[in-house]
Design a protein around this ligand. Sequence first.
Ligand code: SF4
Length: 333
Amino acid sequence: MKNKKEISKKLIDWYYQNARSLPWRTIGGAHFDPYQVWISEIMLQQTTVKTVEGYFLKWITRFPNLKTLADANIEEVLLYWQGLGYYTRARKIHECAKVLQEKYQGQFPKDRKELLKLPGIGPYSASSILAFAFNQKETVMDGNVIRVLSRLYGIETAVDKNKIFELAEQLTDDEKPADYASAIMDLGATVCSPSNAKCLLCPWQEFCVAKQKGIQDKIPLIQKPEKKIFEGYVHIIKDEKGRFFIQKREEKGLLHGLYEFPWQKEKTFLFESDWKETKKRVSHTFTHFHLTLHLIETTVKTVPLNGAFVSPDDFSKYPFSTLMKKVIHQVLN
Ligand code: SF4
């Protein structure tokens, strides 16, 4: 392998000609606003760039800085997060904004240890903030980086993140860490794609072991655990005015704080009524499992549960998970 400085310089030069224009990005050094870096990084965890772009722009229009976010009501924050999934992230962002306002004079610390004390900021987010917002020599590693480096070094064994992190660290540029981190992500996203890598456009083609061996498509070797499959039953409870019963999910656990039609894994009815089983169902895939919900319906005057009847016209005022939006789609069609 060639001199590491030369490898990283080639990539950065390529980046200056080919960088993606992204709303949260500054090309040529640190971003002017750590807040924007932070929001985009958290949104991008488990979500595609294409999806995040729209969410990010709406978010920054409504919450342009830490203060507006810290002052906002959590339900409104969840509404702006609605559809991105992993709602704990939105709650942590809100909590973190408050802590930064109250204890850090509305400024992001430039120190890794301090950043890691903040709610929702783990090693990956801390590295991203330090690299992208403060141009500090930090190694940022996501799925794109793992794929590119596995191919560059021709690693044919199962992915070992610690080993790849070491390689990533060695290549990180001393003088332009922000641009280097963006560059390697762009290379993975636009050239060294999961299938059909465009090696002829790649600034690293002369160094790349996988290209030399013609094994790009076999690398990286990732062993994914099989997802579990669950079923459940969702209660569609209507009143005589055509409104639907929804409730706020308990404060702890999956999707907490969001609104939902009551559902459970057991096929038992929540209270006595004239329930009808339907053929309607919705399926959703979470990180570790698939869930299929069967819809059961009834019409009542009152409900012995905490919650409220809401007109479909008002559904947009409540934060629902993507799973529940799929239920709404079934109910209204
Ligand atoms: S040469 Fe091909 S496989 Fe190697 S890093 Fe570049 S795009 Fe990826």
